[in-house]
Design a protein around this ligand. Structure first.
Ligand code: ZN
Length: 175
C-alpha cells in the first residue's frame, strides 16, 4: 500500500510557542519561527539495527513495546543527539542485550515510511565481535538466535530489506 505522508502539520514553535509561518529557506517554503529565526524541517529519523550471528543463526529481539509488540525484529533503536551511529549500536546492544560489541561493519541503509515518524532511515551493522551473556532488557521481551529457515516474519520493511542485503553478503562470503 502506498504511503502518503501528511503535509507539514506543526503550527507553533516548540521553543517559544509563537506561530510558524511559511518562508523560503532558499530552496522552498518551510515553516519558520520569526522570533527564534529557526526553520523547522521534517526529516527521516535515523535508527540503527545490528546483525549478531552464532553458528550461522541470527539474533532477533522480541519487542516489548508498541509498535508491533511481541513481534521479532533486529535489535536496535533510534540514534540520539551527541552520538555517532556506531555509538548508538553499542549503546542499544548494551541496553537491550547487555552484550559488549566491537568490529562494526555497515551492511546497508534502508528508509521506511512511518506513520509515527514520517520516515525512518535505518543503518544496519554487522557485529564482528561480541561478548557477554544475552539478557533481554529495556524494550525487549526475549532474545533468540534463529537459523535462516526458522526466522519469524519481521514487521518492519527496512529490517526485511537489510536482512536481504545481509543474506546476499553472506552468500558472496563477503562478511
Ligand atoms: Zn520560536
Amino acid at each position: 500500500m502506498a504511503f502518503d505522508p501528511e503535509d507539514f502539520c506543526w503550527n507553533y514553535c516548540p521553543i517559544c510557542g509563537g506561530r510558524l509561518t511559511l518562508c523560503t529557506d532558499g530552496e522552498k517554503e518551510q515553516p519558520k519561527c520569526d522570533r527564534c529565526r529557526r526553520f523547522y524541517y521534517r526529516n527521516p529519523v535515523p535508527a540503527v539495527c545490528c546483525f549478531i550471528t552464532r553458528d550461522d543463526s541470527l539474533l532477533l529481539a522480541q519487542r516489548a513495546v508498541e509498535p508491533c509488540v511481541g513481534e521479532w525484529t533486529l535489535p536496535g533503536g533510534f540514534v540520539e543527539i551527541g552520538e555517532t551511529t556506531e555509538e548508538a549500536v553499542v549503546r542499544e546492544m548494551r541496553e537491550e542485550t547487555t552484550l559488549e560489541i566491537a568490529s562494526l561493519r555497515l551492511v546497508g541503509v534502508s528508509t521506511q515510511q512511518s506513520r509515527f515518524y514520517g520516515a525512518v532511515t535505518v543503518l544496519g551493522y554487522y557485529v564482528g565481535e561480541w561478548s557477554g551473556t544475552l539478557q533481554p532488557c529495556s524494550d525487549v521481551l526475549d532474545l533468540r538466535f534463529f537459523s535462516r529457515e526458522n526466522r519469524p516474519p519481521m514487521p518492519f520493511q527496512a529490517h526485511r530489506e537489510l536482512v536481504a542485503m545481509f543474506d546476499s553478503l553472506l552468500e558472496q562470503a563477503d562478511l
